[in-house]
Design a binder for this molecule. Structure first.
Ligand code: UDP
Length: 138
């Protein structure tokens, strides 16, 4: 499965009512939806998903936030999906994100930053399989 990326609309953006607007930006950006669901991470799920950040000072807060409410998980397809999606979402810190990016438009803060985007093809596949069974990816 190449040319795919994995995204989550994080609990802040779901709570703030931005699911529709963010899915609209994703469609306008030329991404095709291959899998999609509203779900909620358990604390254990969030710990595992963000395992690479376990030693970072913000890990506890991140796990608590990501398991605090519903999220939208999705697998997206486009040529150069990982890089193009990271361009569409903007910098981790919305204060530094470019105008028109999803994080600039919808994020609350560096931690509660509206969306996740995979950082490599390898992680996109791992993350997609973490959230979806084979039957749920089209
Ligand atoms: N994060 C945070 N504080 C920081 C840096 C990151 O709370 O100082 C959170 C934020 O939600 C971010 C996630 O940890 O999206 C993963 O961090 P990463 O550096 O991988 O940023 P991303 O790839 O999401 O832009």
């Amino acid at each position: 499965m190449s040319n795919i990326t994995f995204t989550m609309i994080k609990p802040d953006a779901v709570a703030d009512g931005h699911i529709g607007a963010i899915l609209g930006k994703i469609a306008e950006g030329g991404f095709k939806i291959k899998a999609l669901k509203l779900t909620q991470l358990t604390v254990a799920d969030a710990k595992k998903f963000y395992e690479v950040h376990a030693e970072r000072p913000f890990y506890g807060e991140l796990v608590e936030f990501m398991s605090s409410g519903p999220i939208v998980a999705a697998v997206l397809e486009k040529d150069n999906a990982v890089e193009d999606f990271r361009t569409l979402i903007g910098a981790t810190n919305p204060a530094e994100a470019a105008e028109g990016t999803i994080r600039k438009m919808f994020a609350r803060s560096i931690g509660e930053n509206a969306v996740h985007g995979s950082d490599s093809d390898e992680n996109a596949l791992i993350e997609a399989q973490f959230h979806f069974s084979g039957r749920e990816i089209f």
